[in-house]
Design a protein around this ligand. Structure first.
Ligand code: ADP
Length: 399
């Protein structure tokens, strides 16, 4: 196993006039690892990243680089920043010179390279990121993806051992994002340690060697992605969603399908799992019922009573008002995104569910379940949550 390149020992940090952004974090990162810090906005990812090259100094605890405590004097920081390159989320904040060449040359010039060395470093860095021929271009005329590459080239020109990327694909279109992630892989294959921050689970899951799940300045979980994202409860706690492939794998397992091989990280892995399925199918005898409660029509009293008669039922909420209502009534929510599909999945396992929602989204539940029925031939019952009086009124109307 490779040796440790970065380590944090119980670090804490509070912004001046701010709240504590890093609340006692310890971890280590090994050479040549691909690490994803994953968490919602405000989790503390950027703050933590900026500690890796000494831009922020922890109030307490210790940051180590290459097994040595980071020193914060100017000369030490200059050396550290040569070895730990930092690519900001917004390239406009990183690019400062009027031409691409001058911008990429900025780091090597500051490090005191000779003219020939600077030229060599810039050319090599631009080649690396696929921007040969862009030397004289003004950066502000480039596309978002190209600017990002200029920013990366500026860091690569110093040939760092570790590359830190704050939200590397932020603002890029899907193909621009794929290009950048591919570049990160390439750099990793060349021996660089790569650390990214992201709230994009689908990006982190197949990419990282290890994922560090963060929330409120703390680490919730840290492991290989299959394990870090493998517990739906901790993923929900981190305000994240399960990676689609992992969710699909879990649903297949719940249905009793015997899946061979490892948990899928890629579509290819998934195909391997699916190929093993067909001999092992097992179907539930009954489909679960989805009950829909329009919280605008319910004062909460009946809903609470109904829930007390249906303890343990999986509950989802769609929309801000429904989530607010659940919070007011202290209703535990199992699903807060992709709610209808998750309830359909439960129904297919024979489990009943409750959806709290409002207004036109009530109709959306019926339409989605109907559409699923048409597609699959499986008809899942959906009922509104009605008080006994409402049911009686309806029945009287019918008779
Ligand atoms: P993330 O990168 O996960 O979105 P950040 O590290 O940017 O999270 O922020 C962590 C916490 O620190 C948040 O509560 C945020 O509001 C706060 N914070 C970030 N930057 C500053 C700052 N310059 N001054 C005060 N508080 C800040």
């Amino acid at each position: 196993m490779s040796s440790i390149i970065l380590e944090a020992r119980d670090i804490r940090y509070r912004y001046p006039r701010g709240m504590e952004a890093i609340c006692g974090i310890s971890f280590h990162i090994r050479k040549k690892e691909k690490i994803a810090l994953v968490g919602p906005n405000g989790a503390g990812k950027s703050t933590l990243l900026t500690m890796f090259n000494g831009m922020i100094r922890p109030d307490s605890g210790l940051m180590l680089f290459d097994n040595q405590p980071i020193q914060y004097d100017t000369a030490s920081l200059r050396m550290l920043r040569k070895r730990v390159g930092f690519v900001l989320q917004n390239p406009d904040r990183q690019i400062i010179a009027p031409t691409v060449y001058q911008d990429v040359a900025f780091g090597p010039t500051n490090l005191g390279y000779s003219e020939t060395e600077i030229k060599e470093a810039v050319n090599q860095a631009l080649r690396h990121v696929g921007l040969e021929g862009f030397e004289r271009r003004p950066p502000h005329q480039l596309s978002g993806g190209e600017k990002k590459r200029v920013a990366i080239a500026g860091v690569l020109a110093m040939d760092p051992d570790v590359l830190v990327f704050d939200e590397p694909t932020s603002g890029l279109d899907p193909s621009g994002s794929e290009d950048i992630m591919e570049l990160l892989d390439e750099l990793n294959h060349e021996g660089k340690t790569i650390i990214i921050s992201t709230h994009d689970v689908e990006l982190a899951y197949p990419w990282a060697d290890r994922a560090i799940l963060m929330l409120n300045g703390k680490i919730l979980k840290e492991d290989i992605p299959e394990v870090a994202f493998g517990n739906p409860e901790s993923v929900r706690k981190a305000h994240l969603s399960l990676p689609t492939l992992l969710e699909l794998h879990m649903e297949l397992q719940k249905r009793g399908f015997l899946l061979k091989g490892k948990k899928p990280r890629t579509v290819l892995d998934m195909m391997h799992c699916i190929e093993t399925l067909f001999e092992n199918s097992k179907k539930p005898g009954r489909h679960g019922i989805i009950t829909v409660c329009n919280v605008d029509l319910d004062n909460g009293e009946y809903l609470s009573k109904w829930l007390s008669m249906h303890t343990g039922i999986c509950t989802g909420a769609m929309g801000t008002r429904a989530k607010q209502c659940a919070e007011n009534l202290k209703i535990h929510l199992d699903f807060t995104y992709g709610v209808i599909d998750k309830c359909i999945l439960k129904a297919l396992l024979g489990e009943d569910t409750l959806i709290l929602t409002t207004g036109s989204m009530v109709k959306r539940v019926y339409l989605r379940v109907d559409a699923y029925g048409l597609e699959s031939g499986v008809h899942i019952p959906v009922h509104p949550l009605t008080t006994p009086e409402e049911s009686n009124e309806k029945n009287e109307g019918i008779s």
